[in-house]
Design a binder for this molecule. Structure first.
Ligand code: 5RP
Length: 263
C-alpha cells in the first residue's frame, strides 16, 4: 500500500485498529433532518470524540471549521430524495479535483445491490475507486438498502459487502444484523457498522455495537443514535468505551448514566 493511502487510513482508523465515524450526511436525501438542522452546532461537542466525520461537500464548506483536525470522509454519491420515486438512482456528485481540493481523507459512496440500479451504483463505486486510488484516497462503500429495511439480513449484506470489497472499496460500511460474523468472514477489507433508525433504548445500541465488534467489525459509522439522543456527548463517549476501551454493553450503560449525571 502506498504511503499516502496508509497515512489517510491510519488517521481515521486508530492504532488499536478501531474507529468511530460520525455521519452527518443525511441531508443529502432527507433535507433538514431533525437534530441536524444546524450541523455545525450538532457536531461541535461531538468532534473531540470522533475519529472521522462523514459529510457532503456542501455542509463541509458551510458548517465545519476548516481548522478541524478530524479526518473528513466526503459523501460523494447522491442526486435522489425521500420525496422522489426512489433512493437507489444515485450518481457520483463530486469530482476527484474537488475531493483533493477539500483535503478529504476518504470518500463514501452508496451501492444498491439487488435493485434496478445495481449496475449503475456498482459502476459508481468502481469508477470512484479508479480515480481515488490514483491519489491514495480510500473509498468507503456503503451497502444501502433504501426504504427496504427488511433487506438487513446476513445473507444479503454479506453478498453486498463482498462485492464492494471485490470492486476495490478499502472499507465497507454495512448494517448490523444477526450472524454478523458471516459478513466479516466473507469480506476481505475492514467492516464498519452502520447505525440505522434510532433505537428505543441506549442499551440496545450498546448491545448491537458490542456484538458487531466481537464479530469482527472495526468500528461504527453511527449518527442518529448519537445526535438524536437527548445526551449525545455521554452517548458518544459510552460508545467509544466499547469501541476503543473494550467495555461491554452494561459497562457502557453505566458510563452513559454517570456522564449524564455529571453534566
Ligand atoms: C445513509 C448513510 C448515513 O451515513 C447512515 O445512515 C449513517 O447514519 P445513521 O447511524 O443515522 O443511520 O450512509 O446512507
Amino acid at each position: 500500500m502506498e504511503w499516502g493511502m496508509k497515512n489517510r487510513l491510519s488517521r481515521m482508523i486508530k492504532k488499536d485498529g478501531r474507529c468511530f465515524f460520525l455521519p452527518i450526511d443525511h441531508g443529502y436525501f432527507q433535507g433538514p433532518t431533525s437534530c441536524l438542522e444546524k450541523p455545525g452546532e450538532t457536531i461541535a461537542p461531538l468532534l473531540p470524540y470522533s475519529d472521522a466525520l462523514f459529510v457532503t461537500r456542501g455542509v463541509l464548506r458551510s458548517c465545519v471549521p476548516p481548522d478541524t483536525t478530524v479526518p473528513i470522509i466526503l459523501r460523494v454519491s447522491g442526486c435522489t430524495s425521500v420525496v422522489g420515486p426512489g433512493l437507489e438512482n444515485e450518481a457520483l456528485t463530486t469530482s476527484i479535483e474537488e475531493i483533493l481540493r477539500l483535503n478529504a481523507s476518504a470518500v463514501g459512496v452508496s451501492v444498491f445491490v439487488g435493485t434496478q440500479f445495481e449496475h449503475q451504483t456498482l459502476r459508481n463505486l468502481a469508477e470512484l475507486v479508479n480515480s481515488c486510488e490514483e491519489y491514495g484516497i480510500p473509498v468507503m462503500a456503503v451497502t444501502a438498502v433504501g426504504k427496504e429495511l427488511e433487506k438487513r439480513d446476513s445473507r444479503y449484506l454479506a453478498l453486498a459487502s463482498r462485492i464492494c470489497a471485490e470492486l476495490g472499496a478499502r472499507v465497507v460500511k454495512t448494517y448490523w444484523c444477526k450472524d454478523f460474523e458471516k459478513i466479516t468472514a466473507g469480506c476481505p477489507v475492514p467492516v464498519v457498522i452502520a447505525g440505522g433508525p434510532a433505537c428505543d433504548t441506549e442499551l440496545e445500541v450498546f448491545e448491537f455495537v458490542h456484538d458487531g465488534i466481537q464479530k469482527g467489525a472495526i468500528g461504527v459509522n453511527l449518527g442518529r443514535n448519537v445526535w438524536k439522543n437527548a445526551h449525545p456527548v455521554p452517548m458518544i463517549r459510552a460508545l467509544n468505551a466499547i469501541i476503543h476501551g473494550g467495555a461491554g454493553p452494561k459497562e457502557a450503560l453505566e458510563l452513559f448514566e454517570e456522564l449524564k449525571k455529571a453534566k
